[in-house]
Each structure stands twice: as structure tokens, then as C-alpha cells.
Write a new protein. Sequence first.
Length: 250
Amino acid sequence: MKKLVILFGLLLSIVANAQNTEGVATYVRKEHWIKITNRLTFLSQEQKDREAQTWKNWEEDNKGIKMKLTFTPNESLYTYLSDEPEEGGYSWRKSDFFVYRNFEKDKKNDIIEMLGKTYIVEDSLHAPIWKIGDQIKEVAGYICMKAETEDPIKKQKIVAWFAQDIPIPAGPEMLNSLPGLILELDVNDGDVVIEATNVAFKKITPDDLKLPKQKGKKMNDAGYNTLLKEQIAESMTAHRNPFGWSRIRY
């Protein structure tokens, strides 16, 4: 009898895990531009004060930008939840931003609009070097573990919280390759926070993971990283903020 109970428990666990491998996670991305601007040492205090005035109303009514991550055991696609203006927010055209990962085939395909141009970045998956800690916290109803890494181009500290109960190596933005779905990202101690608000498990079709047909300049990771370095260096020399709408994504 005891063996039957154990076997039944194992079967329930297998079924639960099988159900937790396809679905859509929704996130809210909150950007704190006054805090971001104050970090930029190459801007004068006058520029920082001017940026603070520009972003003051935005910060006071910052409901965030809604994003979604569609995932299966082998693939994921991250983009805006909708092309429509955010509820209660400002009306602005969202830049092209689609992040596709194929974990089975070890490949990525990203469509990123930046500086008025669209870039199509195709390469193999290059996993960040994660340091997994022992802290835990709840995000969107799931107990998550903490992991840390650093963006080598933007020199940003990144903290991720991932749910082992959802055994998918996907995540928001361009982060992935942890032993569980990333439900929260904290960039540079709260400059930008992307937090899951809901995870809905359902059957995902190939159309749900299809990238839009888009024209743009094709390049690999090395080319894209070189472009980022050049743009950031030029902005620093010109004492100009390289981040923000239509510029480099923070």
C-alpha cells in the first residue's frame, strides 16, 4: 500500500510538471529614468536636472509597460503584450522588439529597433554566467531562487528570480538559461524592474512563437555588441544619454 501511495505521488508530480511547461507569462516593465540619468557620470548636473524635469510626470504615473513571454519546453518568444498604448499611460509607438529563443536547436533570433533602424540578430545561444544564491522570495505566486550576472557591455548588475516549479530555461528581455522560468529581473539595483504578474499555462501553437516578417540589417551577437559599444562610447563623448525611447534599451 505504501508503495502505491509513493507511486501515485510520483505520477501526480510528473503530471504537474508536464502541465507547467507551456503557456504565457505576463510582465510589467518599470523604468526609473531619473535614477538611471543620475548614474550617468558623463552628464552634467544641468543635464540631469533637465532630464529629471522631463521624466517627473512619467515617474509619478509610472504604471509600467506590459510585456509577455510565450514559452514551451524548447522555445520562447518575448515581446510587448500589445501594440496599443498602455492603460493610463502615454500614447507612443512601441519600437520593434522580439526576442526568440530555441533551446533545443541552440539558436536565437532577435528583432530590435534602435536609433531609428531595425536589426535582426541571429546567433547561437550564449548563456550568461549566472551565480545562483540561496535566497528565495515569492513572485506571481511562485517561490523563486535568486541568481546574479552582469551585462558586460552596459556594465549593469542583473538579479534574476527564477521558479524551479516551471522547468523552462526562458526569461524576459534577453536573459535565459537558468533551471526555471525567470519571473523577475532587477537591473542595476532597481533602475529597471521586470516582474511577472501572471503565468497562464496552456497549449502553445507554432503560430504563437512565429516572428513577424521584418526587414532589417542582419548581424550576429559580436556585430550587435560592437554596435552597442560604439553607440555608448559616442554618447559618452558627446555627453548624451544613450538610453531611452528609440535609443538603446536599458
